[in-house]
Design a protein around this ligand. Structure first.
Ligand code: DGY
Length: 337
């Protein structure tokens, strides 16, 4: 009787000894991985360059209790159905439009994200795009590199001052607010915004007013069915012809073909895109041929401190979910109700 343990099949024995497994779909800063390992979890990281192939993701997710996903991974009902052990998925991003939250909730799988820690980094990037475009930094840099800097040009690279200009923020959440503060406090701009809730700064306006009155428009909304392609030809053509248009939110909020058409018609002083639809943007996109357009490869949260905080936050999301306590970044807090 005392030796009953000896009669356990090796399969059952292995199962008892196995640590719960977590999949990370791309290499991330390792501080979060250490937290997970110290908590007794086994972490498998997809370390190859580029997004994890769909079939590999489905296969590797099968025996995992948690997934740290990137915004390029489709976490849909097929994946959720195929992963019987799964208890938590946390995006390494604040946006979570790549995750089928309703299906996850139905299956009692907690969904996490990384709000707060990337607010300043993303607002900084939007500011960097704005300053680059308003002062023609990239064309000026190319002028120097191409050996075209002949003399001090009284009419060369004339930019657009921001002081006193009207900033229109579409979506005044955390990031929109942080960007607006930079523009208002740092550059003396006037703020109008289109947002769902009343905010104490600037003036809330309707979309028509935002489009018509803004010298700079910056998008900071999530991608939802309501915001998808919200900025199409009809809307974008209402903006001032010399408007600067910035998108650090999601590429799909803008109809990119319509944007291309307007740029080719000479509309916009500058267009700054950290996000495109699809990502990556095609190297043949006409947008890349315009010196009024600046595209960066979705680097909004890409500073060391921010990515390190994100790594820690996703680890805490996983551990909290496995303990059935509220995730620090909780997308579906009703999951266990
Ligand atoms: C996010 O986290 O959703 C941002 O797009 C990162 O830049």
């Amino acid at each position: 009787m005392g030796n009953s343990f000896l009669f356990l099949s090796s399969k059952v024995y292995n199962q008892l000894m196995e640590k719960p497994k977590i999949l990370v779909t791309q290499s991330i800063l390792t501080n979060g991985i250490e937290i997970l390992e110290n908590a007794g979890l086994e972490v498998e990281i997809w370390q190859q360059k580029g997004p994890i192939p769909r079939e590999t993701l489905l296969k590797l997710a099968k025996d995992k209790v948690g997934i740290i996903s990137m915004l390029s991974d489709k976490i849909d009902s097929q994946l959720l159905e195929n992963s019987p052990e799964l208890k938590v998925v946390t995006n390494y991003a604040v946006g979570f439009n790549n995750i089928d939250v309703a299906s996850a909730t139905k299956k009692k799988i907690a969904v996490g994200n990384t709000p707060g820690v990337l607010t300043d980094a993303t607002a900084d990037l939007a500011m960097a795009l704005l300053l680059n475009l308003s002062r023609k930094i990239t064309p000026a840099k190319e002028n120097v590199i191409n050996g075209e800097w002949i003399n001090w040009e009284p009419l060369g690279f004339l930019g657009k001052s921001l002081k006193g200009k009207t900033l229109g923020v579409y979506g005044l959440g955390r990031i929109g607010h942080a960007f607006a503060k930079r523009c208002v406090d740092g550059f003396g701009m006037k703020l109008i915004h289109y947002s769902r809730t009343e905010k104490l700064i600037g003036k809330k306006v309707d979309l028509e007013t935002l489009l018509k009155e803004s010298d700079v428009i910056s998008l900071h909304c999530p991608l939802t069915e309501e915001t998808r392609e919200r900025f199409d030809y009809e809307k974008l053509s209402k903006t001032k012809k010399d408007c600067i248009f910035i998108n650090t939110a999601r590429g799909e909020v803008v109809n990119e073909k319509d944007l291309e058409r307007l740029v080719s018609e000479g509309h916009f002083f500058g267009v700054g895109l950290d996000v495109t639809a699809p990502e990556p943007i095609s190297a043949n996109s006409p947008l890349l041929k315009s010196d009024r357009v600046l595209v960066t490869p979705h680097i909004g949260s890409a500073d060391f401190e921010t990515r390190s905080a994100m790594s820690e936050l996703v680890a805490r999301n996983i551990i909290s979910a496995l303990n059935k306590s509220p995730l620090p970044g909780f997308v579906n807090p009703d999951v266990w109700n």
